[in-house]
Design a protein around this ligand. Structure first.
Ligand code: AMP
Length: 146
């Protein structure tokens, strides 16, 4: 079994074997409060489909998440009074992913609490950009043909 199908604690939450503070649920999506919040209202939105990383999700699961994510963001904002927030989605342990089941963090931003980001922008190199686009367009075309 590859890593994309290994069970995690989130499967147990989906199955109701471990309790959670449920924010939202439908056939394909579950949202619940993060047990280690960066700020009050920190919420996780997960597909019920068991996949480790975003790029492994089926179109149906991805669409189901996309449909409700803004709604859940609105609920988080209304419930907390926050006017700013981050949506964070980590893929891979070197990218700070601890639970290997796709999840989107909705993290309200307050003056003191919320996500801190270290962001060091570079400069887009034109030659590199051209080469990247060629490879990315080819990858998208191959994916479309699958
Ligand atoms: P990540 O680093 O993106 O994989 O984040 C995983 C998140 O899952 C962390 O913010 C944890 O606090 C959260 N988490 C882990 N176990 C639980 C749980 N049982 N209930 C709610 N949140 C959890």
């Amino acid at each position: 079994m590859d890593q994309s199908h290994q069970a995690t604690i989130f499967d147990k939450i989906i199955a109701g074997e471990i309790p959670c503070h449920r924010v939202y649920e439908d056939d394909r999506v579950l949202a619940f409060l993060d047990i280690g919040p960066l700020s009050p209202g920190h919420t996780l939105v997960i597909p019920k489909e068991r996949k480790a990383h975003l790029h492994q999700l089926s179109d149906d699961a991805a669409a189901a998440i996309g449909r409700v994510l803004p709604r859940i963001c609105r609920a988080v904002l209304q419930a907390t009074g926050a006017t700013a927030y981050n949506v964070l989605q980590n893929n891979g342990s070197s990218a700070h992913q601890l639970v290997m089941h796709v999840h989107f963090h909705i993290i309200p931003k307050f003056e003191r609490d919320g996500l801190g980001i270290g962001w060091k922008p570079g400069k887009l190199d034109q030659t590199q950009a051209k080469a990247l686009l060629t490879r990315m367009h080819a990858a998208l075309e191959a994916d479309r043909a699958r």
